[in-house]
Design a protein around this ligand. Sequence first.
Ligand SMILES: C[S@@+](CC[C@H](N)C(=O)[O-])C[C@H]1O[C@@H](n2cnc3c(N)ncnc32)[C@H](O)[C@@H]1O
Length: 206
Amino acid sequence: MSAAPMIPSPEAYFGKFLPARDPLLQHMEQEAQRENIPIVGPVVGELLYLLTTLGQARRVLELGTATGYSTLFLARACSAFGGRVLTVENDPQMAARARANFQTADLADTIELRQGDALEVVRGLGEPFDLVFMDIDKSFYQPALPDCRRLLRAGGLLVADNTAFRDADGFNRAIAADRGWRGLHLYAFLPGHSPEKDAVTLALRI
Ligand SMILES: C[S@@+](CC[C@H](N)C(=O)[O-])C[C@H]1O[C@@H](n2cnc3c(N)ncnc32)[C@H](O)[C@@H]1O
């Protein structure tokens, strides 16, 4: 029996099925491309929107804001049921640009941006979160993991971007070795993501 045919050139094919974005997100994508700002792009952005909505996550923590592109997907999802996002960025220029984008999106009341080092900020937090999105320098993923685990409620979700980067290896192994996580690494073609072939890790806090 011959195998059922697959779609030829799947990257060209699936690259056409991008989620719709408003003019602000499109502007931020163009800016990111021009200035080499490594944003999650529309596919991972939509994934964040869906995961936040499915989990009804009302307390969302993001590490690594840049201009706030991914933050807008998180905030738009959780604001539908009264949720809020706390996002952390250490670069003051990025933080200022993100704040301006949150104003433009009319989400300044839904998002709190703390400017500072994510490792220090998470160390000082005590409140539980339903969802944590990690998108800082990959070498900080593993050091930030114990605090993310402490801050996530049981049944909460950790999402980590760029886990196909070599610097994420320790983080990936730590997730696999700890029975307190139920983790999954999705290596995929992600149009508009930086880079377009990368992994996103999802880990449920047991
Ligand atoms: C990949 S970009 C974030 C992209 C953003 N999440 C998006 O998709 O729109 C990473 C950002 O994290 C910031 N960053 C890196 N290490 C950090 C740290 N230790 N603490 C806080 N921010 C950090 C960088 O300045 C950069 O703006």
